[in-house]
Design a protein around this ligand. Structure first.
Ligand code: 5GP
Length: 115
Protein backbone atom coordinates (compact mmCIF):
# COMPACT_ATOMS: atom_id res chain seq x y z
CA UNK A 1 0.00 0.00 0.00
CA UNK A 2 1.42 3.38 -1.02
CA UNK A 3 1.12 6.62 0.92
CA UNK A 4 -1.79 8.93 0.27
CA UNK A 5 -1.00 12.35 -1.22
CA UNK A 6 -2.86 15.60 -1.77
CA UNK A 7 -3.88 14.22 -5.17
CA UNK A 8 -6.05 11.56 -3.50
CA UNK A 9 -7.98 14.39 -1.88
CA UNK A 10 -8.40 15.99 -5.31
CA UNK A 11 -9.61 12.68 -6.81
CA UNK A 12 -12.08 12.36 -3.92
CA UNK A 13 -13.21 16.01 -4.29
CA UNK A 14 -12.14 16.76 -0.72
CA UNK A 15 -10.35 20.03 -1.60
CA UNK A 16 -11.42 22.72 -4.05
CA UNK A 17 -9.74 22.20 -7.42
CA UNK A 18 -10.46 23.36 -10.92
CA UNK A 19 -11.00 20.07 -12.74
CA UNK A 20 -10.80 20.44 -16.52
CA UNK A 21 -10.73 16.83 -17.73
CA UNK A 22 -11.97 13.48 -16.55
CA UNK A 23 -12.45 10.01 -17.94
CA UNK A 24 -12.50 6.51 -16.39
CA UNK A 25 -8.78 6.43 -15.64
CA UNK A 26 -7.51 10.04 -15.67
CA UNK A 27 -8.24 13.32 -13.93
CA UNK A 28 -6.94 16.66 -15.24
CA UNK A 29 -6.91 19.81 -13.10
CA UNK A 30 -5.27 23.24 -13.00
CA UNK A 31 -1.95 23.44 -11.17
CA UNK A 32 -2.16 25.58 -8.02
CA UNK A 33 1.15 27.29 -8.95
CA UNK A 34 1.02 27.64 -12.74
CA UNK A 35 4.28 27.91 -14.68
CA UNK A 36 2.60 28.90 -17.94
CA UNK A 37 -0.71 30.55 -18.93
CA UNK A 38 -2.13 27.01 -19.14
CA UNK A 39 -0.74 24.51 -16.62
CA UNK A 40 -2.76 21.36 -16.08
CA UNK A 41 -1.79 18.16 -14.27
CA UNK A 42 -3.04 14.85 -15.64
CA UNK A 43 -3.03 12.12 -13.01
CA UNK A 44 -4.09 8.48 -13.02
CA UNK A 45 -6.91 7.67 -10.61
CA UNK A 46 -4.69 4.77 -9.53
CA UNK A 47 -2.02 5.76 -7.00
CA UNK A 48 1.52 5.16 -8.34
CA UNK A 49 4.23 7.13 -6.46
CA UNK A 50 6.92 7.54 -9.16
CA UNK A 51 7.76 6.38 -12.68
CA UNK A 52 10.08 3.86 -11.00
CA UNK A 53 7.06 2.15 -9.44
CA UNK A 54 5.26 1.56 -12.77
CA UNK A 55 4.82 -2.09 -13.63
CA UNK A 56 4.75 -3.48 -17.15
CA UNK A 57 1.05 -4.23 -16.62
CA UNK A 58 0.43 -0.53 -15.92
CA UNK A 59 1.88 0.75 -19.20
CA UNK A 60 -1.60 1.62 -20.43
CA UNK A 61 -1.83 4.18 -17.61
CA UNK A 62 1.00 6.23 -19.11
CA UNK A 63 -0.68 5.98 -22.49
CA UNK A 64 -3.94 7.17 -20.96
CA UNK A 65 -2.20 10.27 -19.55
CA UNK A 66 -0.78 11.17 -22.98
CA UNK A 67 -4.09 10.58 -24.72
CA UNK A 68 -5.76 12.85 -22.17
CA UNK A 69 -3.15 15.55 -22.91
CA UNK A 70 -3.73 15.09 -26.65
CA UNK A 71 -7.49 15.41 -26.32
CA UNK A 72 -7.28 18.39 -23.96
CA UNK A 73 -4.86 20.24 -26.27
CA UNK A 74 -7.30 19.83 -29.13
CA UNK A 75 -10.26 20.78 -26.95
CA UNK A 76 -8.68 24.10 -25.91
CA UNK A 77 -7.28 24.78 -29.39
CA UNK A 78 -3.59 24.59 -28.44
CA UNK A 79 -2.75 21.43 -30.40
CA UNK A 80 -1.34 23.26 -33.42
CA UNK A 81 0.44 25.99 -31.42
CA UNK A 82 2.05 23.28 -29.34
CA UNK A 83 2.66 22.55 -25.71
CA UNK A 84 5.03 20.72 -23.38
CA UNK A 85 4.36 17.61 -21.30
CA UNK A 86 6.72 16.63 -18.49
CA UNK A 87 6.83 14.00 -15.77
CA UNK A 88 9.32 14.61 -12.95
CA UNK A 89 10.87 11.74 -10.98
CA UNK A 90 12.33 11.85 -7.49
CA UNK A 91 14.79 14.41 -6.13
CA UNK A 92 16.87 15.32 -9.19
CA UNK A 93 13.73 15.52 -11.28
CA UNK A 94 12.23 17.82 -8.61
CA UNK A 95 9.19 15.66 -7.99
CA UNK A 96 7.29 16.98 -4.97
CA UNK A 97 4.02 15.03 -5.06
CA UNK A 98 4.48 11.27 -5.06
CA UNK A 99 1.56 10.28 -7.26
CA UNK A 100 2.67 10.31 -10.90
CA UNK A 101 1.39 13.23 -12.94
CA UNK A 102 1.93 14.61 -16.41
CA UNK A 103 2.46 18.38 -16.41
CA UNK A 104 0.77 20.01 -19.43
CA UNK A 105 2.12 23.49 -20.16
CA UNK A 106 0.83 25.71 -22.94
CA UNK A 107 0.04 29.29 -23.92
CA UNK A 108 3.60 30.61 -24.23
CA UNK A 109 6.85 29.90 -26.05
CA UNK A 110 8.79 27.30 -24.07
CA UNK A 111 12.59 27.37 -23.82
CA UNK A 112 15.19 24.63 -23.89
CA UNK A 113 17.10 23.37 -21.98
CA UNK A 114 14.70 23.29 -19.02
CA UNK A 115 16.06 24.55 -15.70
P1 5GP B 1 6.00 17.94 -9.14
O1 5GP B 1 6.89 18.98 -8.52
O2 5GP B 1 5.78 16.78 -8.19
O3 5GP B 1 6.42 17.51 -10.50
O4 5GP B 1 4.59 18.66 -9.37
C1 5GP B 1 3.62 18.79 -8.37
C2 5GP B 1 2.71 19.89 -8.81
O5 5GP B 1 1.54 19.83 -8.02
C3 5GP B 1 3.30 21.29 -8.64
O6 5GP B 1 3.35 21.95 -9.90
C4 5GP B 1 2.36 21.96 -7.65
O7 5GP B 1 2.15 23.31 -7.91
C5 5GP B 1 1.09 21.14 -7.78
N1 5GP B 1 0.28 21.07 -6.58
C6 5GP B 1 0.72 20.76 -5.32
N2 5GP B 1 -0.32 20.77 -4.46
C7 5GP B 1 -1.42 21.09 -5.19
C8 5GP B 1 -2.79 21.27 -4.83
O8 5GP B 1 -3.21 21.13 -3.68
N3 5GP B 1 -3.65 21.60 -5.83
C9 5GP B 1 -3.23 21.75 -7.13
N4 5GP B 1 -4.15 22.08 -8.03
N5 5GP B 1 -1.94 21.60 -7.49
C10 5GP B 1 -1.05 21.27 -6.53
Amino acid sequence: MTTETIFDKIINREIPTEIVFENDSVLGFKDINPQAPIHVLFIPKTRIPTINDLTDEQKHIVGDLYLAARDYAKQIGEDENGYRVIMNCNENGQQTVFHIHLHFLAGRQMTWPPG
